[in-house]
Design a protein around this ligand. Structure first.
Ligand code: SF4
Length: 79
């Protein structure tokens, strides 16, 4: 389980999350920032600083944004 950045990030890419992540697990992918699920420690620091509320705990990602979970896992070579 990890936090997940959803599609709101594609147009925003503010990078506030990158600044606060204590384990440096947020990377700029092709079109948005992505969280490495292997490294995320579920601290929630990124979620509260995102200006467009694009970040959710994996189990709480809205139905229409579930593809973001697979997007991050694929990017980081999981599954
Ligand atoms: Fe980093 Fe914490 Fe966000 Fe995980 S929940 S990406 S460890 S700031």
């Amino acid at each position: 389980m990890a936090f997940v950045i959803t599609s709101e990030c594609i147009t925003e890419r503010a990078a506030d999350c990158v600044e606060v992540c204590p384990v440096d697990c947020i990377t700029l992918g092709k079109d948005q920032f992505l969280i490495d699920p292997n490294t995320c420690i579920d601290c929630g620091a990124c979620e509260v600083v995102c200006p467009v509320e694009a970040i959710y705990f994996e189990e709480e990602v809205p139905e229409g944004e579930r593809a973001s979970i697979l997007k991050a896992k694929t990017y980081f070579g999981i599954q």
